[in-house]
Write a protein that binds this ligand. Sequence first.
Ligand SMILES: [Zn+2]
Length: 108
Amino acid sequence: MSDFNWCHGPECHTKHTVDRVRGVKGSKVLRTRKIKSNKWNTNTQWEFFCSNHCQNDFWNKHARDIIAIAPRTDCLETPIHDPQKTTHNNGYYNWNDWDITVDETRQR
Ligand SMILES: [Zn+2]
C-alpha cells in the first residue's frame, strides 16, 4: 500500500499555484497534487483531496455516481421527547432555547 494518493479533484492539475509546477525548464507542467497519508488525514476525505475546491469539483462531476452507491429513497427519523422550551432574559431582550433529547425507549 502506498503512503500517498494523487488528489482526486478533476481540475487539480489546472490550478495555477507554484507548488504544482513540475518539470525541467522549457518543459514545465502543472501536476496534480500528491497527498501524503498522515495522522490528521487518515480515514478522512482529506486522504484524497488537497482542498475543499478539489473536493467540490469531484462532487460536482461525480455526485450522481456516488449517490448511486447508497441511495436514500426514504427519509430517516429519530424518536425524540417533546421539545422543552426555556425562555431567557438578559435585561434587554428575551430568547428561547429548545431542549431536544432522543427518546431511547422508542425503536429507531
Ligand atoms: Zn487537488
